[in-house]
Design a protein around this ligand. Structure first.
Ligand code: ADE
Length: 202
């Protein structure tokens, strides 16, 4: 999908190494935390240097961090409208807070768990955004029909065979009655949402 988006010219994705913006011999990007404590903290200078050399007037600077706003579909929509995203990925215990205060426009978490590497979170963030860009998904409708864009989870889907190991596809889906199928899907979407994600219901 990412490759298709780039071939279609709707995405220009580049990956940069912060070590390229260090000036010391060992290309150090982290240091011990002031005040003591475990782990290392990412130094501000390479991050400021990288972002300042890459950004344009159209850039939005995002930091992937478990301390960020929790990512969800409305945010994917919001960020898919941005012209240029610079995504900063941490790989340590933390990042010098001056980066957050003076460089970053948005701190984003992909969920309430801690990964070892913000780049993994960035892949999730970018994938969710890029699939919303016009011309990326084969069927323009498919992003609009997604779970979450309706506020409910998607209804169950089936394909051939109509019977597999004795398990039959619901009759209504084979009936050709479009109104009944739509009503069944709505009921099933509501049931699934109630069972799996009651927090999404009003
Ligand atoms: N880096 C480590 N954990 C993360 C998370 N949950 N979201 C975004 N970035 C992270």
């Amino acid at each position: 999908m990412m490759g298709r988006a780039q071939e279609a010219g709707v995405l220009d994705l580049r990956i940069h190494n912060l070590r390229d913006w260090t000036s010391d011999r060992h290309h150090v990007v982290d240091d011990a935390p002031f005040g003591g404590g475990q782990g290392m903290v990412m130094k501000p200078e390479p991050i400021f240097a990288a972002v300042e050399s890459l950004r344009t007037d159209a850039s939005t600077v995002v930091l992937m961090t478990p301390q960020g706003r929790r990512f969800a579909q409305p945010m994917a929509q919001e960020f898919s409208a941005k012209e240029h995203l610079i995504i900063v990925c941490g790989h340590y215990e933390g990042i010098d807070h001056r980066v957050i205060e003076h460089l970053v426009d948005a701190e984003i978490s992909i969920g309430d768990y801690v990964l070892t590497n913000g780049a993994i979170a960035a892949v999730v963030f970018v994938d969710a955004i890029v699939r919303l860009l016009p011309g990326v998904l084969g069927d323009e409708q498919s992003a609009a029909d997604d779970s979450f864009s309706s506020g409910l989870l998607e209804a169950p889907q089936y394909t051939r065979p109509a019977e597999f190991r004795g398990w039959k596809v619901p009759d209504v889906l084979l009936s050709g009655h479009h109104a009944e199928i739509a009503a069944w899907r709505k009921r099933e979407a509501e049931r699934r949402t109630r069972e799996n994600r009651p927090d999404l219901l009003p």
